[in-house]
Design a protein around this ligand. Structure first.
Ligand SMILES: [Zn+2]
Length: 263
C-alpha cells in the first residue's frame, strides 16, 4: 500500500516546539548503547496548521520537579513551558481544535488540559495499556497527567483504526513497540510526507536496525520503524537533538535503507 501523499493532498505547516529537557542514560535512545553515559535530550511537541485547523501533537511535561524527583533531571526555560512556547508562535490554546498524543508517557500528555476546545486523540491500545502498564513502564505512566484539569475519558477519542484519516493530508498510524499503543502522525507538507514519530524512533541509529531502549516489544518497534520508513520522507522525533526550537522546514530525511552490520 502506498501511503505517501500525492501532490493534490492538502498541505500543512508543521512547527516544532521545545517543551523541556531530560537527562537520560544513552541506552534509552539506542538499546544497549553506551551504558552509563548520560545524554541531555530535548522534548519536542509539534504544531500543525492547515485545512482551517490547528493541531498539537504531544503536549509535553506539566511538572518538571515531579519528573526530577522521580525519574531524573528535567528542566524547562520560560519558552519551553506550553504557555511560553505557544506565546512565541502566537497561538491561543482556545483556538486549538485537535490534540494528538503519540502515547501517554508523562512527557507527551502532561498539558492536554490546556486546550479546552480540543478533541484529544489517543490509540485505544495505549489508553488500555496506560491503565495497566507493564512493570517496566509503571514509572512513566501517571493517570494524573492525562486527567489533569478535570479531563475524563469522554474528552478522548480512542483510535483503533490504522492509517486513520484525521483530515485530508493527515493520517494517524499505529506504531507500537516503544509503548503498547504508540501512534505516529503522517502530515503532507511542502517538503513531502513528514512523520511526527513521537518515540517510535529516537535517533537516526534506530533506522539502522537498532531500536530505542525504552521498549515493550523489540519486534514491534522494528516493524514500526520500517512502517515509518515506507510511509514518509522526513521525520520529527520527540527527542531528536538535531531539531531547533520553532523549526518549520527541512526536517531530517529518513534513511532509505537500513545498513545492516556485516557478519
Ligand atoms: Zn515515551
Amino acid at each position: 500500500m502506498s501511503t505517501r501523499y500525492s501532490a493534490r493532498a492538502a498541505e500543512h505547516a508543521v512547527t516544532a516546539i521545545r517543551l523541556g529537557n531530560l537527562r537520560v542514560d544513552s541506552t534509552a535512545m539506542v538499546l544497549g548503547h553506551n551504558p552509563g553515559i548520560s545524554l541531555d535530550i530535548p522534548v519536542w511537541g509539534a504544531l500543525i496548521e492547515g485545512s482551517g485547523k490547528r493541531i498539537i501533537v504531544d503536549t509535553g511535561i506539566a511538572d518538571p520537579s515531579w519528573v526530577s524527583d522521580r525519574l531524573g533531571p528535567c528542566w524547562q526555560s520560560a519558552d519551553e513551558t506550553i504557555e511560553g512556547a505557544l506565546d512565541v508562535v502566537g497561538w491561543n490554546p482556545k483556538d486549538v481544535d485537535i490534540v494528538i498524543n503519540t502515547h501517554l508517557h508523562y512527557d507527551h500528555c502532561g498539558n492536554n488540559h490546556w486546550f479546552p476546545n480540543a478533541s484529544i486523540f489517543v490509540a485505544r491500545a495505549e489508553w488500555e495499556a496506560a491503565h495497566q502498564p507493564v512493570s517496566s513502564q509503571r514509572e512513566v505512566y501517571c493517570e494524573r497527567d492525562w486527567l489533569r484539569g478535570g479531563l475524563t475519558l469522554f474528552d478522548y477519542s480512542l483510535v483503533d483504526v490504522d492509517y486513520y484519516d484525521l483530515l485530508p493530508g493527515i493520517k494517524i498510524i499505529q506504531t507500537p513497540g516503544h509503548s503498547a499503543g504508540h501512534q505516529s502522525v503522517l502530515v503532507n507538507t511542502e517538503g513531502g510526507t513528514l512523520c511526527i514519530a513521537g518515540d517510535a524512533a529516537n535517533v537516526e541509529e534506530n533506522f539502522m536496525g537498532k531500536p530505542g531502549g525504552v521498549i515493550v516489544s523489540v519486534p514491534d518497534a522494528l516493524a514500526s520503524i520500517e512502517k515509518i520508513r515506507a510511509s514518509a520522507d522526513s521525520i520529527l522525533m520527540s527527542h531528536d537533538q538535531r531539531i531547533q526550537p520553532f523549526q518549520s522546514k527541512e526536517f531530517p530525511r529518513i534513511p532509505r535503507v537500513a545498513t545492516a552490520d556485516c557478519c
